[in-house]
Structures are given as C-alpha cells and as structure tokens.
Design a protein around this ligand. Structure first.
Ligand SMILES: Nc1nc2c(ncn2[C@@H]2O[C@H](COP(=O)(O)OP(=O)(O)OP(=O)(O)O)[C@@H](O)[C@H]2O)c(=O)[nH]1
Length: 282
C-alpha cells in the first residue's frame, strides 16, 4: 500500500538551500510547533540549524488544547530541559513573554559582541516551522500590525523577507519548511490532520478515518457523536462511511473534508492529538 502522506523533495531542496544561506546571518531561531502535536510538528532539522544560535521553542495554538494538556506539556518539556512558550498568535496571547525572551537573547548576544570588541547591532531572528503552524500570525503579533499575509492555507508564505521588529530586533519570515525525508508516517498523518502540510500530500479519505480512531483512543468519541449524532462503533473507515451516508448523500470525500475541517476549526472541542510520553522519558 502506498504511504498515506507523500511529498516531493525537489523544490524542498531548493528552498532549503536558500534558507540555509539566510540562516548564516541569524542569531535567534523561533521554532514554532503546533500545540496540538508538539512532537509530530518537530521539524527534524531545526535543532541542527539552530546549533550555535539561541532557539526559542514556541507551541502555537494554545487555544486549541485544554489548560490541563498545556500544563502537562510545560512540565514535560521542563523535564527535557526545554523552556516552552505557549502562544495564541491569532489573539495575541503569550506574545509579550516571547518578545521579552528574544530581547534578552539579543542583549546577551550584544554583550558577547562587545566583549570581543565588536559593534552592537540589531538581533536577527527567524521564525521557522512546518507550514500553517501560525508563523505569519506570530510575526504580525510580534510586530503588532498585519504586515505578513496570514491565511488558513499551508504554504502561503513564499519568499524570505526581513521585517524590523524594533530598533534592536529584525525578523526573517521564512516559508513553512517541510523536511525532505520524513519517515515517520504516524507523525505525518497528524500533521495532515492539523493542516500543517499541503493538501496535495494526502487523500482526506485516508486521513479522516485515522482522526476518528485517534479521537476514540484519546477518549473523545463523545465529541463525534455529539456533533454528528452518530456513535463511534467499529473502525474509522466505517464511521466515515456512516457519516457520508447519513449526512452527505454518500459523498465520502465531502464527509472526510468536513470532519477534518470541524476538528481544525475546533468544532469538536479543544483537543490535543498528543500527550507527553512520560513513560519513555522519566
Ligand atoms: N486558533 C488559532 N489559529 C491560529 C493561531 N495562529 C495562527 N492561526 C491561524 O492559522 C492559520 C495559519 O496561520 P499562518 O500565520 O498563515 O501560518 P504560517 O505558519 O505562516 O503558514 P505558511 O505561510 O503556510 O507557512 C491562519 O488562519 C491563522 O489565523 C492560533 O494560535 N490559534
């Protein structure tokens, strides 16, 4: 059977080369992940790209998960030695704390420059992450004005562009980055569910049933029955068929798209698709 999620490395290689060139000038990396899937939305190369730079880990979309889940992730990342910044870039929550951390990182950098007899200069930062995780919305919030197009369509940010955040901080708005190789299909499916990869990469009729099964496993089957009036019984595929038959004149694709959209828009509730892997790490 073909993989559920597929993308093509050709243009990714080109985009990656351009990005790597720009990264040479960068001091701080804002790594943006999706708060619903903090592990699946970890881009495998960002850590390596951030080596020698200051990395700020942002879990955006905090409104899309429960307070309890947020607290658990905070604690788990702490045990991993990571400080995370939860944000809601759409509403501007958690931004000030992040901005202050970037300013502190910049001040530390300038102190080091001064010690080496170099001139102080504005800190150069870049916002990196999978497509559609809210990078542009975050930059707009950091800038307090809408200068970067932000849309519910993965892959909207096309060019690399510097924007001045303050006299001491410049930001590079990079496009969503997909890794060239991403062998973890389970993570790729979660990215597809959360709309963090282009729709060309998957067939919704194969992804939506997995969402049903995930919700069932995570104890949220009631959210589906509340919304669609259909109890989750057998497999995700059967559920999708039943949904299509009952509500969409048997149109499987429409039912699949609707299901995915309802999850993404939060109509099924604020539901994280991942929880901290405590057992493996503590
Ligand atoms: N609910 C919620 N929606 C958000 C949040 N941040 C961004 N969004 C929405 O998510 C969609 C994608 O946001 P963008 O800022 O365009 O994402 P991006 O990462 O720049 O996307 P690319 O340019 O494709 O890489 C938009 O509809 C935003 O309004 C958030 O914290 N919560």
């Amino acid at each position: 059977m073909s993989p559920i999620i597929q993308w093509y490395p050709g243009h990714i290689a080109k985009a990656e080369r351009a990005l790597k060139e720009q990264l040479k000038q960068v001091d701080v990396i804002f790594e943006v992940r999706d708060a619903r899937i903090p592990l699946a939305s970890c881009h495998p190369q960002i850590r390596q790209w951030a080596s020698g730079k200051h990395r700020l880990l942002v879990l955006n979309g905090m409104d899309r998960i429960s307070d309890r889940d947020r607290q658990q992730w905070l604690t788990w990342f702490e045990t991993q030695g990571e400080t995370v910044f939860f944000t809601n870039a759409q509403r501007g929550e958690g931004i000030r704390r992040l901005q202050q951390a970037a300013v502190r990182a910049g001040a530390a950098m300038n102190q080091r420059r001064q010690q080496r007899g170099m001139q102080m200069r504005a800190v150069r930062a870049v916002v990196l992450g999978f497509p559609n995780v809210g990078k542009s919305a975050l930059i707009n919030r950091l800038l307090q004005q809408r200068v970067v197009e932000s849309a519910a369509r993965p892959g909207v940010t096309r060019q690399l562009r510097w924007v001045r955040l303050s006299p001491t901080l410049e930001l590079l708005d990079a496009p969503g980055v997909l890794p060239m190789n991403f062998k973890n299909q389970e993570a790729a499916v979660k990215l597809a569910i959360c709309d963090d990869i282009g729709q060309a990469a998957y067939d919704p009729c194969r992804v939506a049933p997995i969402l049903v099964e995930l919700l069932h496993q995570l104890g949220h089957a009631d959210r589906l029955s509340d919304r669609y009036g259909l109890a989750v019984t057998d497999t995700g595929e059967t559920y999708l068929h039943d949904l299509a038959t009952n509500r969409y004149h048997g149109d499987l694709e429409r039912a699949a798209r609707q299901l995915l959209q309802d999850y993404r828009r939060g109509y099924l509730g604020a539901i994280a698709l991942e929880h901290p892997p405590w057992q493996d790490n503590i």
